[in-house]
Design a protein around this ligand. Structure first.
Ligand SMILES: *Cc1c(COP(=O)(O)O)cnc(C)c1O
Length: 478
């Protein structure tokens, strides 16, 4: 499979290249040159199959001949063996035709594991083949850092550094990053905000000598490998509920638009999806875009659903590309307007295309807490606040005869305080995912100063390939 940029001015890439580069050199995002299709019978045959088998059927057309089937199957098996549920992403019934798709049975209790676990293995495989290595640097406001550090801890060709704003992530999230215990994984607490961390990452990519010395890379949500991995659970869920004979709708708590865009990809591949419903918190730019056609950046409001506290929804550009009939010039115009005037208005034709598949709804802070309480009261189920946002929006968009699947993106224990405030209940993590005590924390504490962080990375990144040792009693370094 070849990959093309949504802005049309970057080189076409192979799957392996797209996997390693992330962002295209013209500022665009890579998408497959054509959508692979699964036939009615092929989709029918996925019903009831183990997750790893469905994952192979869904992912292999995107990979093509570039990775041997035996290797791809092995990596998929290993990635999903880290999940603690035999179905990997089980469905839970919440009402006569309402379902939750639990995506949080992976090692860090949030849905980011689904993509990170396979992405890490794919990247390490490609680097090993080439005898190359990389350094991944990222900024996290919570879930991504833990999922990435956990997934990359066994990768011999990759060192991973994640910065987080000191004191501004939950204890549980911090401990997920600081108790990994592998010498190639580093958590860095920065004095500053998430935006400060993010802008240091950007500056490091701009600092050419540093970037090339460490071979800097990223694993942000625009990486095609992450999107591809998320397409799989739309197939397992829909076929379990009767697809392809029966069509199914999905509601997705949305931030960077990666997760719900994967649903759109599943639809392009032939899965009969009736509606894709975007659920947002008070950072409702996407809901407003769908209602009015006006895409207007505001400022980010912090909420109890921090993983959706976003204004710039990166993966939305991939949908714009399709809505524009794959015309990169139209995408370039919209992105230029967004950069210059912080807004664009969608041409009617594009808006109609988007509304053809998508609906949207936004939920306030008060409503989110009320919804967590309501779900507990009526279904005896503790939902994390991100999931509750989506459940509320799903209720507003449910139609008889079409199963509605709501994606549940985090275990309630990851957002224990909000869940307690709403219900009075303690959401306890499962023993295997409980980082709250025991292991020693290893964290570097640095000022929000790029030069200091680069110095730390240069000192600790293994600039040649080497095997990964795990740390047993390293102790706290700050
Ligand atoms: C990342 C995340 C989301 C948002 O997913 P996107 O792919 O960015 O839309 C929602 N909920 C949780 C718990 C997350 O960690």
């Amino acid at each position: 499979m070849r990959y093309i940029s949504t802005r049309g001015q970057a080189a076409e890439l192979s799957f392996k290249e797209a996997l390693l580069v992330g962002l295209a050199s013209d500022g665009g995002l890579y998408v497959p040159a054509a959508w692979p299709k699964l036939s009615f019978d092929e989709i029918r045959s996925l019903r009831g199959k183990p997750y790893a088998e469905v994952a192979f059927s869904v992912m292999s057309p995107f990979v093509g001949e570039e990775i041997d089937d035996v290797d791809l199957r092995r990596m998929i098996e290993e990635a999903y063996a880290t999940f603690h549920h035999p179905a990997v992403t089980p469905l839970v019934q919440m009402g006569p035709n309402d379902w939750l798709l639990e995506l949080f049975h992976g090692p860090t209790l949030a849905f980011k594991d689904v993509a990170m676990q396979i992405l890490a293995r794919l990247m390490d495989h490609v680097l090993t083949e080439r005898g190359e290595r990389l350094t991944i640097v990222g900024a996290t406001s919570g879930d991504t850092g833990g999922a990435a550090l956990e997934a990359f801890k066994t990768c011999h060709g990759i060192d991973t550094f994640f910065m987080f704003p000191n004191g501004k992530v939950s204890d549980f999230q911090r401990r997920q990053m600081t108790t990994i215990g592998a010498e190639n994984c580093h958590a860095i607490a920065i004095d500053g905000s998430f935006d400060d961390c993010q802008s240091m990452v950007k500056d490091m990519f701009g600092h050419q000598s540093f970037a090339s010395t460490v071979r800097l890379s990223a694993v942000n949500s625009i990486n095609w490998g992450r999107v591809m991995a998320q397409v799989v659970y739309y197939f397992t869920a829909a076929t379990a509920l009767g697809a392809p004979e029966q069509s199914v709708s999905f509601t997705v708590p949305t931030g960077n638009f990666g997760d719900i865009y994967a649903g759109f990809v599943a639809k392009q591949m032939g899965l009969p999806i009736s509606r894709l419903v975007i659920a947002t918190n008070e950072n409702d730019i996407l809901a407003r875009t769908l209602t009015t056609g006006d895409h207007r950046l505001g400022s980010v409001k912090p909420t109890i659903t921090p993983s959706m506290d976003i204004q710039i929804s990166s993966n939305f550009e991939r949908l714009l590309f399709e809505a524009a009939g794959r015309d990169p010039a139209a995408v370039r115009d919209l992105m230029a307007a967004l950069k210059d005037s912080r807004r664009y208005s969608l041409p009617d034709k594009m808006l109609r295309f988007i509304r053809d598949s998508f609906d949207a709804g936004a939920v306030s802070e008060v409503e989110t807490l009320e919804e967590v309480a309501r779900i507990w009261k009526y279904a005896g189920y503790l939902a994390d606040p991100h999931t509750a946002v989506a459940v509320k929006v799903a209720c507003d968009h449910a139609v008889p005869d079409v199963p509605m699947v709501t994606l549940s993106t985090a275990h309630p224990a990851k957002f224990r305080d909000a869940v307690r405030n709403a219900t009075g209940e303690e959401a306890r993590p499962p023993a295997w995912g409980d980082v709250s005590s025991g292991r020693t924390e290893t964290v570097e504490h640095l000022a929000g100063d790029r030069a200091r962080v680069e110095e730390f990375i240069l000192k600790h990144a293994r600039l040649t390939r080497g095997s990964v040792k795990s740390l047993t009693s390293e102790g706290v370094t700050s």
